[in-house]
Structure formats: C-alpha cells, structure tokens
Ligand binder design. Structure first.
Ligand SMILES: Cc1cc2nc3c(=O)[nH]c(=O)nc-3n(C[C@H](O)[C@H](O)[C@H](O)COP(=O)(O)OP(=O)(O)OC[C@H]3O[C@@H](n4cnc5c(N)ncnc54)[C@H](O)[C@@H]3O)c2cc1C
Length: 470
C-alpha cells in the first residue's frame, strides 16, 4: 500500500545533495508538498559525508553557476562568501599553464569563481533551500537515512518511489506516491535498472571517457599564503595535471590528475613526488611552504556521461532527472555543480511557463534541462576527445572540427585578450558556444600566427583591456 505524500500535488526528490536541494527550490509553489529522500544522515557540522565521495576534491563554482544559484536562491553567493568561500577572479587570481606556456594574467573582472569545500557549499545551499521552503506555500520534508530502491508505476507513468530506511529497526520497503518524482541521486543513479523494472528500455546514453583519475590533499600554507591559485591541466604530451587553490579557513586544496597510465598515487610521499612531474614545477615548489593537513584521497570515475531523457519517448510522465543523474562531466572543467544549478533554473522556468504540473510539462522541463546542459557538454567532450577510449561514442565530423578548433583556441586564449575573454565566457557557462565562433574570435584564432605563452608563472597581473567583447 503506497503512502500518499500529501492530499494535493506532491513530489518526491531522490537525493538531498546539491541538485536535490536545487530541485526543491525550483518546485516551490508548483506543488503542495515535497518529500526529499536522502540516503545519508546529514552530519551535525559542515563535514564530509559518505554519499558525496567526490566532496574531498577541489570544487570550483563557475560564474555561470553562481548566477543561476543566486537567481534560484538569492543571497547564496554572499552566504557562501560569509562562510569562507574564496573568490578567484579569472584569469587574474588563478594562473594557468597551457601546452604552449603560461596564460597571461589579464585583470578582466568578468568571471569571479568561488572556491570552497563541498561540505560547506552543500550545507549553505541546503540551509538556504530549506529556509526558502519554510517561507513558501510548499511543505518540504526531508527523510534522512532513507534510500530510494525503485520507482512505482508503469512504463508510461511514474507514480512514486519505493524506499527503505537505512539504520534503525524499520528496514521494510515502502512506497511513497507522488505526481512528480525527480531523480537527483547523482552519478550513481540507478535509473536504467529502475526503468527496466517498469518495463522500459534504458535511456540513450553517450560516454566520453578521458580516463582521468584525481588525488587530493589539503594543506595549510605558511604565512604569507601564495598570492594566486595555480592550474596546470594536463595535455596530450604531458597528461598529468595539478590545481592548487585556496578554500575556507586559510586552507588550500591540491588536486593532482592524470589520464590512463598516469593516475596520481594516494601514497603521501608518492603524491608529493607526482606533483613534480606535471607540466611545470611551480606547484611542487609551493608545497615546500605548506603543511599537509589531511590524508590523500583518490577518485577514478570521472567520465563524461549523458543520458538523453529529453529525447522523444525517453521520459515517462511524472518523472524528471537533474544534476549528475542526468549528465556527468570530466571534473577538470569544473562544470557539474553549475550545470545542476542551470538545470534547476531551467525546470523552474519551464514549469512557470507551463503554468504548473500539467501533462507534458515534465517532458518540456526535461528538454529545458537538456538545453542548459548542451554548452557544457559540447565544450567538455570536444576538449576530451583526444583522450577518449575506443568504446566511447564516435566523434562526428562536427565534433572533430570542434576539437581541432578548441585546441587552437586554447593556445590563442593564453595570450590574446579577445580570444581569452570569449574562451572564459563559454567555459564559465555565461555565454553560448556561438561566442567562440564570432567573426573576431575566429579570425584571431585561425589566422594569427601561433605564439607561445609566457615562459614562467606570471606574478604581476595585467590591467583590464577595453574591447574584449566579440
Ligand atoms: C572528483 C570530482 C571533482 C569535481 N569538481 C567539480 C568542480 O570543480 N566544479 C563543479 O561544478 N563540479 C565538480 N564536480 C561535479 C560535482 O561534484 C557534481 O556535478 C555535483 O555534485 C552534482 O550534484 P548532484 O546533487 O547531482 O550529485 P551529488 O552531489 O553526488 O549528490 C547526490 C545525492 O544523492 C544521494 N543519493 C544517492 N543515491 C540515493 C538513493 N538511492 N536514495 C537516496 N539518496 C541517494 C547521495 O547521498 C547524495 O546526497 C566534480 C566531480 C568529481 C567527481
């Protein structure tokens, strides 16, 4: 017998992580009651929890994601800053080594990114989402330590979720019925299996796997701390990378990365040694002035994977998929959280436009989510294609051209303020991909001669220049 979440219009959100909380925000006012089903129990403080294993690793919130987050939950960026998030203006406060040399350190003031640990970010967003819910007409309940184990309904219509308590004496399965079920259970989402149990085929799935692994350790630099964060992404000739950025409380995170055959070690001494083998020794040199304050944590499943729930017939009525459950990205581009926020904003916009949860509204909302995913997906798979494994979706001609163009554009962006500004607009998710093919950007990318970047890490910044718009 299914428990009704509420007598009126109700929703169940699977996963009380970032996308889950943003889904709650997007649904406020569109349903009478929302039940969030979260497998974990939230920790008392702003600390790590098991259900978000990637939380140990460096997380940057791009400017596009910040805008979406602040539109959904006004004041959240300020609250994150008050909680200790560090603001990094690109490219001024995060110097980057590209295959052709160091990027120039323009003082653009167009893209302020936030750097903070995930436990702090998730806790701030959760507190604000639940506060917004308390002030709304929608009743929100969070069932902690409760795992979704399947969907109810049939191949055409999802009518609820089967859940099971974790811990405590009551382990029996029960069903929660709802007009809308949102899957926000992250990269481990079991939708293909849940679809199969309803008699549906799995959604079409694309993967592009650069085979990247991460290893991360937290440090406390000795006074004075480094003036800027450092990003040394890998490239085909040197497929090992490092990123060293400040987070809250005077701590810094160092994430090392490498593609297949170059995975960073989790042994502490080997980790430090690996940092000397990336494309430039600068980060390794900085470690001589910092104390490690954590163990080293590894992470391997970093593939780009997109499930096409927006395609015709791929979504039963009453179902919606958001965040990593819908699309995961190679984390080196720092896009996943921003895309979750942009997706939630798209859902809110689509439901507002449809006038609420009418038949067909969820399919329209899922298409809106897909449009929000597109720019980040094309940028990530275009850049990752040179590392893709044989089993991955094959690149079409368009994608091959975009890979060639992005490689050239990346080199030019390191030294050219016009191309650099366009590159950051797109990779920070504030402009559509078309910004990269505006006539001015194309001409400078394709026709101007190749030049190397700077020979050493730029310690002095550069003033903003007028005229960087396309
Ligand atoms: C190593 C790494 C580094 C990254 N760095 C960045 C970065 O710099 N910038 C960026 O924007 N993104 C980054 N990302 C991506 C980012 O972590 C994700 O995009 C983001 O966490 C997605 O949020 P989500 O809510 O969809 O999933 P999650 O944050 O993973 O949350 C899923 C939630 O669902 C719960 N859950 C799971 N299954 C169930 C179930 N069956 N029943 C109930 N609850 C369930 C979990 O406990 C968890 O609370 C990185 C990812 C990785 C792997």
């Amino acid at each position: 017998m299914a428990e009704h979440v509420d007598g009126g219009r109700s929703a169940v959100v699977i996963g009380g992580g970032l996308a889950g909380m943003l889904a709650v925000t997007a649904l406020l006012g569109h349903v009478d009651a929302i039940t969030v089903v979260e497998r974990d129990r939230y920790p008392a403080g702003r600390t790590f929890r098991k259900g978000v294993p990637q939380a140990r690793h460096l997380h940057i919130l791009l400017s596009g994601g910040q805008r979406a987050l602040d539109t959904l939950l006004p004041g959240t960026v300020e609250a994150l800053t008050a909680a200790g998030a560090r603001s990094l203006d690109l490219p001024r406060d995060l110097i980057t080594r590209t295959p052709t040399g160091w990027q120039r350190r323009f003082d653009e003031r167009r893209h302020r990114t936030l750097s903070v640990t995930r436990p702090v970010l998730d806790a701030v967003v959760r507190e604000r989402a639940l506060r917004a819910a308390a002030g709304s007409a929608t009743r929100v309940e969070v069932l902690e330590a409760t795992e979704a184990v399947g969907l109810t309904g049939d191949s055409r219509q999802v009518t609820g979720v089967r859940v099971r308590s974790r811990g405590g004496s009551e382990r029996a399965e029960r069903a929660l019925s709802a007009q809308l079920v949102v899957d926000a259970s992250g990269r481990g989402s079991r939708v293909p299996q849940w679809y199969a149990a309803l008699g549906r085929g799995a959604p079409h799935e694309e993967t592009v796997d650069a085979g990247i692994a991460y290893a991360t350790r937290m440090y406390r630099p000795r006074d004075p701390e480094p003036e800027v964060g450092v990003n040394i992404p890998g490239w085909p000739q040197c497929p090992r990378g490092a990123a060293y950025v400040p987070v809250e409380d005077g701590k810094w995170l160092l994430t090392l990365s490498g593609v297949r055959g170059h995975h960073p070690p989790t042994d502490e001494a080997e980790f430090t040694a690996f940092s000397a083998t990336v494309g430039d020794p600068y980060v390794h040199e900085l470690l001589a002035h910092a104390e490690p304050v954590s163990s080293v944590y590894g992470f391997r499943d970093t593939f780009n994977r997109r499930r096409h729930f927006e395609r015709a017939g791929a979504l039963p009525e009453g179902f919606l998929v958001l965040g990593d459950a819908n699309c995961t990205f190679n984390p080196v581009y720092g896009q996943g959280m921003s895309v979750a926020a942009l997706g939630a904003l798209a859902v809110r916009g689509a439901l507002d436009e449809a006038g609420g949860l009418r038949p067909g509204a969820t399919a329209e909302a899922q298409r809106a989510v897909s449009r929000a995913v597109d720019p980040a997906w094309l940028a990530a798979v275009g850049a990752d294609r040179p590392y893709a494994s044989d089993g991955d979706a094959r690149a079409g001609i368009g994608e091959r051209v975009s890979t060639w163009y992005i490689e050239r554009l990346t080199a030019r962006a390191a030294i050219d303020p016009v191309v650099g500004a366009a590159f950051r607009d797109v990779f920070c998710l504030t402009a559509p991909l078309s910004r990269l093919v505006s006539p001015r950007v194309v001409l400078r990318t394709v026709l101007l001669p190749r030049r190397p970047g700077l020979a050493g890490p730029p310690v002095a910044g550069e003033p903003a220049r007028p005229g960087t718009e396309a």
